[in-house]
Design a protein around this ligand. Structure first.
Ligand SMILES: C[S@@+](CC[C@H](N)C(=O)[O-])C[C@H]1O[C@@H](n2cnc3c(N)ncnc32)[C@H](O)[C@@H]1O
Length: 246
């Protein structure tokens, strides 16, 4: 089974150990997608996942990877006295620094109950950034959502961020702004091909995002569909979901 970009948990493990790849490439991005943008991405995250701005919070990062974002989160958490749990493959986690208050858990989310059941009802914030597209293909995404909500404390927030939404992508690339973007990116006069009727088996679309929001709301949470700041590199085709456990 492969995700929309051919990557998955095992492939990420392999890339984490590949010494020919830089930190952006290890997490599946060409450097220019992230280089110089990580502080802006982190600002966008802290503007939405506001619980991480307090003090002495308990935070889970699902799939932190090993590039700049988890390092910014680690520094921020240490400065705020947070207790931070990082969950990813052992190969990915091995690149991240050790700090007091930072716990690394090696595992495949959400099939890691043995390690996480003790944290049920404890997390003030859960971050899952640029990871849902892999979990959507490789795991049961309802279990991902239901278990994450179980892990949240009352008033806890979960940001499912940087979701590549194929419906948004199609809308963008059939607009004049999208056609212009494509032509300047490819340095050509090509018009991108968009087929609104094709079935995109391994992709997240509007229906999946709406389903996530409706299921979270059905469990008594507030849930919101949020845009990314236009200054972020993939804001024209990615979106975020914020869930708040009431
Ligand atoms: C595209 S990277 C994103 C990394 C980081 N969140 C960021 O945005 O910089 C995806 C990360 O999710 C991890 N991952 C993928 N599927 C996972 C799963 N089921 N459980 C835990 N981690 C997973 C990968 O190992 C990889 O580190």
């Amino acid at each position: 089974m492969s995700s929309f970009d051919g990557l998955g948990y095992e492939e990420f493990r392999r890339m984490a150990g590949d010494t020919s790849l830089n930190q952006h490439e290890k997490i599946g991005f060409p450097s220019w997608y992230r280089d110089g943008y990580e502080k802006a991405i982190f600002r966008d995250i802290t503007g939405k996942l506001t619980n991480i701005n307090g003090r002495d919070k308990t935070i889970l990062d699902i799939g932190p990877g090993c590039a700049g974002l988890p390092r910014l989160l680690i520094d921020h958490s240490v400065a705020c006295g947070h207790s931070l749990v990082l969950l990813d493959s052992p190969e990915m986690l091995s690149h991240l620094p050790h700090h007091k208050g930072v716990t690394k858990i090696a595992g495949f989310y959400p099939n890691c109950e043995q390690a996480l059941d003790g944290w049920k009802g404890k997390f003030d914030a859960i971050l899952c950034y640029s990871v849902f597209q892999y979990i959507f293909v490789e795991a049961n995404f309802w279990k991902f959502l239901d278990y994450s909500i179980e892990l949240l404390a009352s008033g806890g927030q979960m940001l499912i961020g940087d979701i590549p939404n194929i419906s948004k992508r199609k809308r963008f690339f059939s607009s004049s702004a999208g056609i212009q973007f494509h032509q300047s990116f490819t340095n050509s006069t090509d018009v991108p091909k968009v087929d609104f009727r094709s079935v995109e088996t391994h992709c997240i679309d509007d229906a999946v995002i709406l389903g996530v929001i409706m299921r979270a709301r059905a469990q008594g949470c507030d849930a919101y569909w949020l845009p990314q700041s236009p200054s972020l590199p993939m804001a024209n085709r990615r979106e975020d979901v914020l869930i708040v456990k009431t």
